[in-house]
Structure formats: C-alpha cells, structure tokens
Write a protein that binds this ligand. Structure first.
Ligand code: HEC
Length: 135
C-alpha cells in the first residue's frame, strides 16, 4: 500500500514538473514584448502624472519638488515616516504629498494612477541598492 502511494506521489510530481516545463516553454518573445509594452506604458503614465495638476486642487504638481522623481527614495521603503507615525509603504507617502502640498484627495493604493506614480519613481531610481528602513 505504502509503495502504491509513493508511486502515485512520484507520478504526480513528474506531471507537475512536466507542466512547469511546458509553461516555461510557452514564455516566448511575444510575452516579453507584451511585458515590456505594458510596463513602459505604465511608467509613461506615471511620468505624465508627475506634471498633472488634476492630482491636486491648487495647481501644484509632483515634479515641482521632485524633478525626475528626485528625493523620493523608493529603495528605502517600507520605513518609519514621522509624518505618518508608523512604518509605511511609499504609496502612503505619495498620498501624504497628494493631501498636503497638492491639497488633493488620496488615491486608493491599487488605483492605476498610484501604481503608475510608483512605477515611474522606481524606474527613475533603478539600480539603486535596496536599503529598507533607512532614514
Ligand atoms: C511642495 C513640494 C512637494 C510636492 C509638490 C510633492 N512633494 Fe513629495 N515630498 C515633499 C516633502 C517635503 C516630503 C517629505 C520628505 C521626508 O520627510 O521624507 C516628500 C516626500 C515624498 C516621498 C517620500 C520621500 C522619502 O524620502 O521617503 C515621495 C515618494 C513623494 N514625496 C512623492 C511625491 C509625489 C508622487 C508627489 C505628487 C503627487 C509629490 N511628492 C509632491 C515635498 C513635495
């Protein structure tokens, strides 16, 4: 009985391994192109959002204080932020800036604009070493 179970488990393992092999083979140049296009489109929307006064209510835009996403430090998150009184993710600090300097309404954390802002910021800081928690 024990041998039968072992054999069934081994067979299942082989099937799973074969399925993984198939999905690895299915990842082709079209997939890569789609990945790149989708990602770059979102980064572009983030770049546009950085100069979009409609995020706020007083005409102020992100790029005035963060040209080319300067001083955004995505590599330091999650970290303690004094303004928020807790360890926060970067999106919460983006909302702090939308509420304060821009006097706007905070975005949902999964709002496409919030994701685009983060994509643009991280893209501008690509290659910087991760230092989570750094002040
Ligand atoms: C009037 C200037 C001003 C504007 C406009 C502004 N910010 Fe900020 N931003 C600040 C200040 C001040 C801080 C706080 C710095 C700190 O204490 O870490 C900050 C912090 C941040 C941080 C965290 C930086 C860090 O070092 O952890 C991010 C990310 C950020 N802003 C993104 C944005 C985005 C996105 C926008 C547009 C929606 C925006 N900011 C608009 C001044 C501004």
């Amino acid at each position: 009985m024990g041998k039968v179970i072992t054999a069934v488990l081994a067979a299942n393992f082989l099937l799973i391994a074969a399925a993984m092999q198939v999905s690895a083979d299915e990842f082709n140049e079209l997939d890569l192109a789609l990945w790149k296009d989708e990602y770059e489109g979102v980064v572009q929307r983030g770049r546009a959002a950085f100069v979009d006064p409609s995020l706020g209510k007083n005409g102020v835009v992100c790029a005035q204080c963060h040209p080319n996403a300067a001083n955004t430090h995505p590599e330091t998150y999650p970290k303690f932020q004094k303004q928020l009184g807790k360890v926060a993710v970067m999106a919460e600090m983006i909302n702090w800036c939308i509420r304060n300097p821009l006097e706007g309404e905070p975005l949902a954390l999964d709002d496409p604009k919030m994701i685009a802002l983060q994509a643009y910021i991280s893209q501008e800081r690509r290659g910087v070493e991760l230092v989570p928690g750094k002040h």
